[in-house]
Structure formats: structure tokens, C-alpha cells
Design a protein around this ligand. Structure first.
Ligand SMILES: *Cc1c(COP(=O)(O)O)cnc(C)c1O
Length: 385
């Protein structure tokens, strides 16, 4: 089957995923895969997870959609879980890019300023505002004119600090750049950016769309760095596969986001909220500790089995968000296909980086089995080259 009726915006692999159970997926040929993708960091609790399944099934029998013209205890409950005791409010959206649009709009409206500082190799989404803040010429190509007022600096570079001035509305960054190549922020640099934002009044927006919801072993990756953003955004893992996004900002910003200032028909959809509620209820400190412990096991195996291979230049990331940077001689696409044949699904990022985003519920034995498969495949392919 080759897809004929859909715009070819994705280069798709020639098989379809038809079912999933736990951390395994089955394709339309009946082949089984261990999943190191989680649907690009979405299905953190795997497939057919009983609690989430039950929460959504229950909601399916009640109401699927109501407009946002009525109160929703479900939305407010999810927002309360998300804010986790902080003095913050939530705006719901349907995707990561929409959550970042909301952050951009709120930052400009609240501060009355327009200038935004974003970073090279970032990714914030595909709609105009988010794309304009995405530091990747390939993603922006052909779409000019972009949203004005957005400037860029190099990530992890002290020179960026001089660009944080009182005329900025906001600085937006990922604490671990995902699509750009799985680059973790330098802890001291991130702290310096946060401090400079506080000193100048520029709002710090942290895009946690990929790094949040437990991916790095913390509820939000910024917590692992001791940062205090004014706004953060989440999406991918929030509802384990149902479309949702959220922008979380300080309570004092409510004056800029009053009735009529922003909205979306589907945002806060009941089915997505039921799933998000179950996800957040399960994102306990104990669960996060387990993720960090499992990540330690994985990083040890990476350093023992993968970092030493001649085709591997570096391994970057944090927690269960991992980038294996490959020698340009070995195209990542070839590695991904060889791993598929070996029964392991993986992703790419940046220029030539193999990206791993396994479900957070994956057990160490399965994580280690996947790493061993990667080591074998990389070894075989390197001997062939
Ligand atoms: C995926 C991603 C987005 C965009 O999310 P969509 O739901 O695809 O719009 C934004 N920011 C980051 C960091 C992402 O990884």
C-alpha cells in the first residue's frame, strides 16, 4: 500500500502500526516491535494501559465534547493536577504548537512588548507563531513572511545573555532540545538565562512539549534544573495519545487572558481530559524516581555498549530522552530501517542522530534488550560501510 490521498508531508515507512500492547507494537504484516518511539514521546504509559483505557472508556459513555461556554469540573481538575500546587493557571489547547501560540500571545499581551528571543536548533511547532520561533531554516523555507519581532541566539552560548534586554516580551527555549538533535541545556547557562530574564522582566517560556510529563525523570524537565519559568507548555505525553496541549502561566497573567482574548473549539475536550487526568494521577514522585532509576541503567548500558562504537560520535540527552549522534558515513535512516528489521522502532533528530524515546513504563530488561539490538545493528552496519 502506498498512500495516495494524503499530502505527502511525511516520508513514511512502508508499513502501518495496527495494534499495541504494553511497550510492543504490531504492524499490518503481523511483525512485532519493541517500541523506542512512544509515538514521538506521546505514549509514555504504553498501549492499552488499564487505568487510562478505563478513564477514557468511562468518559466515552458520558460526554465527548461540550463547548467551552460551560463550566467543566474535569478541565479544572486536570488543571489543578498540572499546576501541582503552584500559583499558576492553565490554558488548554489541542497540540504542542497551539500551546506555544498561546504562550506567545500571552507574553506579548501581558508585557505590551513584541520582541521574542528564541534559539537556533529549537523546535516549537508548525503554525505561524511557533514556526517563526523555530530556529531551523528548513522548517521555515517557503513560508515568508514570518511573524515579525523574533530574534535568535545560539543555545548554550553565553553570548545569548547579552540579547536578553528589557525590550523583550519573552525568551522561549527547550531545556532539552528535542527535534534539533537531543541537546540538553547546560545547567549553569539555563540558570543564567533564567536570572537574566528575571532581571530584565522578559518572561521565560519553557517549551516542555517533548521533555515534560516525566520524560527526563521529572514532572517537567525544568524542575531537574531548578528553574522557575513564567510560562511552560506541554502536549505530547499529556494524554498518552489523545490530542491535547496546555500552556501553564503565573496567576498574575490572568488579566491579559480574559474572556474573548483566546480560545479554541476543541480545547479541553472531555476525552482528552479524561486521559490527561489519568496520566497526571500516575505521574507520582515514586513513578518519577523509577523513571530516573531506569534511565540510569540505560545510560550505563549506553556508555558500556554504544559510546565506544566507531560509528558513534556522542550520546546526548537526559533521562529517557536520548540522542545517539552518528558518524556522517552512516546515515541514520539506514540505521532506523535496519533496527526495524531487527524488531525495534526508533526515531531520528537533528542532522544524523538516532533518537530514543521509549515509553516511560518500559522495564529495564526491555530497555537493555533494545540497547543491545542497537549495539549489534550499529556494529554490523559499520563493518559493512
Ligand atoms: C513536538 C513538539 C512541538 C509541536 O507539537 P505538535 O503537537 O506537533 O504541534 C513543539 N515543541 C516541541 C519541543 C516539540 O517537541
Amino acid at each position: 500500500m502506498t498512500m495516495q490521498y494524503v499530502f505527502p508531508t511525511y516520508a513514511r515507512f512502508p508499513f502501518a502500526i495496527e495494534d499495541g500492547q504494553g511497550v510492543y507494537l504490531t504492524d499490518n504484516h503481523g511483525k512485532q516491535y519493541l517500541d523506542f518511539t512512544a509515538g514521538i514521546g506521546v505514549c509514555n504509559f504504553g498501549y492499552h494501559q488499564p487505568q487510562i483505557q478505563q478513564a477514557v472508556t468511562q468518559q466515552l459513555t458520558q460526554i465527548w465534547h461540550t463547548s467551552n461556554l460551560y463550566e467543566s469540573e474535569l478541565q479544572d481538575g486536570v488543571a489543578q493536577l498540572l499546576t501541582n500546587g503552584d500559583d499558576r493557571l492553565v490554558y488548554f489547547a489541542n497540540s504542542g504548537t497551539e500551546a506555544n501560540e498561546a504562550a506567545l500571545k500571552l507574553a506579548r499581551k501581558y508585557t505590551g512588548k513584541t520582541a521574542i528571543l528564541a534559539f537556533n536548533h529549537s523546535f516549537h511547532g508548525r503554525t505561524y507563531g511557533s514556526m517563526s520561533m523555530t530556529g531551523n531554516a528548513h522548517i521555515q523555507a517557503g513560508y515568508a513572511p514570518l511573524v515579525p519581532g523574533i530574534q535568535f541566539a545560539d543555545y548554550n552560548d553565553d553570548a545569548a545573555l547579552a540579547q536578553i534586554t528589557p525590550d523583550l516580551a519573552a525568551v522561549i527555549l527547550e531545556v532539552v532540545q528535542g527535534e534539533g538533535g537531543v541537546y540538553a541545556g547546560d545547567p549553569d547557562w539555563l540558570k543564567a538565562v533564567n536570572a537574566k530574564c528575571q532581571a530584565t522582566g522578559a518572561l521565560l517560556i519553557i517549551d516542555e512539549v517533548q521533555s515534560g510529563i516525566g520524560r527526563t525523570g521529572y514532572r517537567m524537565a525544568y524542575e531537574g534544573y531548578g528553574l522557575d519559568p513564567d510560562i511552560y507548555t506541554v502536549a505530547k505525553g499529556l494524554a498518552n495519545g489523545l490530542p491535547v496541549g496546555a500552556m501553564v502561566g503565573r496567576q498574575k497573567f490572568a488579566s491579559a487572558f480574559g474572556p474573548g482574548s483566546h480560545g479554541s473549539t476543541f480545547a479541553g475536550n472531555a476525552l482528552a481530559m479524561a486521559a490527561a487526568q489519568s496520566v497526571l494521577q500516575q505521574l507520582t514522585p515514586e513513578f518519577l524516581t523509577t523513571v530516573r532509576e531506569h534511565a540510569d541503567v540505560v545510560w550505563q548500558a549506553l556508555s558500556d555498549q554504544i559510546a565506544t562504537l566507531p560509528s558513534v560520535q556522542a550520546i546526548t540527552g537526559k533521562g529517557l530522552m536520548i540522542g545517539i549522534h552518528l558518524d556522517p558515513q552512516l546515515p541514520v535512516q539506514q540505521v532506523i530501517e535496519a533496527l526495524q528489521t531487527a524488531g525495534l522502532l526508533t526515531l531520528s533528530a537533528g542532522d544524523n542522530t538516532l533518537r530514543l524515546l521509549p515509553p516511560l513504563v518500559m522495564q529495564p530488561s526491555e530497555l537493555l534488550a533494545g540497547i543491545t539490538t542497537i549495539a549489534q545493528v550499529l556494529t554490523e552496519l559499520t563493518t559493512e560501510v
